[in-house]
Design a protein around this ligand. Structure first.
Ligand code: 0O2
Length: 230
């Protein structure tokens, strides 16, 4: 359990320890507002990075940024699937992707540059990192995931709120978006054969990312972006 997350629980009596979740009540909406603020704050930092790198290096390390708040149904489904009690304490402590921000980069190397830049932002604490690029999921899914703790002003307090940042290339995003729609979150059953097809597509995408990366380096050299302290 992150210490920062505990602060979110303690400071807010709305999130009293074992109160059961009711997605229709104001407590839940208030909590979602807090997560929305974290998501917006993270997006703001990322937009600043995008702008600064463009300004100083004339380089687009980020193609685009998107964000989403996990739907109440998806939160409950995930908690049930993972066997958590449906109360606020369990939600805040264990579900790290309620606030989610996605960073889409042109090249695979950009992902690791972004990771470094994000970890140098003083206000942000990295709680967890998963490199699904060097170690893809069984499905073929590739992305770099970071669970960040983001400071958010709330009723004259500073709360530290978790926000998941997913960093991936445009090619990885193409695969993940379609696989998410067609298979990962689809209610339509998928055959073993189709799953194997998706794994093959993921390998094609990975190879494409590597080839484009090599070609870029050959023509433009390394992009030595010096990590700026924010
Ligand atoms: P939503 O609410 O639909 O946007 P998990 O491994 O999923 O049981 P965990 O430990 O939270 O749970 O994993 P992680 O690393 O946070 O991954 C969860 C998110 O990663 C998913 O969010 C997807 O966005 C993405 N993801 C993970 N695996 C796959 C995959 O096989 N295919 C695709 N397309 N995306 C994946 P949700 O659940 O979609 O959240």
């Amino acid at each position: 359990m992150s210490k920062r997350n505990t602060e979110l629980i303690k400071k807010e009596n709305i999130l009293s320890e074992n109160k059961d979740i009711d997605i229709k009540e104001d407590h839940f909406k208030e909590l979602m507002d807090i997560y929305t603020s974290a998501m917006d704050k993270m997006t703001m930092y990322l937009n600043e990075i995008k702008r600064d790198v463009k300004k100083f290096y004339d380089y687009d390390v980020i193609d685009h940024i998107s964000s989403r708040l996990k739907s109440p149904e998806s939160i409950i489904t995930k908690m049930e699937k993972k066997g958590y009690d449906l109360n606020y304490k369990e939600l805040i402590e264990n579900i790290h992707d309620v606030a989610g921000v996605r960073v889409i980069c042109p090249l695979k190397d950009d992902i690791y540059k972004m990771r470094e830049i994000i970890s140098n932002i003083d206000e942000i604490k990295i709680l967890e990192e998963t490199d699904y690029i060097s170690k893809p999921k069984k499905s073929g899914y590739r992305s770099y995931h970071m669970v960040c703790s983001v400071p958010v002003e709330y009723k004259e307090n500073i709360l530290y709120v978790n926000c998941e940042v997913q960093i991936r290339t445009m090619a990885m995003d193409f695969w993940a978006t379609l696989e998410h729609r067609m298979k990962y979150k689809s209610s339509v059953g998928y055959s073993e054969e189709c799953s194997k097809e998706f794994i093959k597509f993921a390998k094609t995408v990975a190879s494409l990312d590597n080839k484009i990366g090599k070609l870029y380096k050959k023509r433009h050299g390394n992009n030595d972006i010096v990590v700026l302290k924010k």
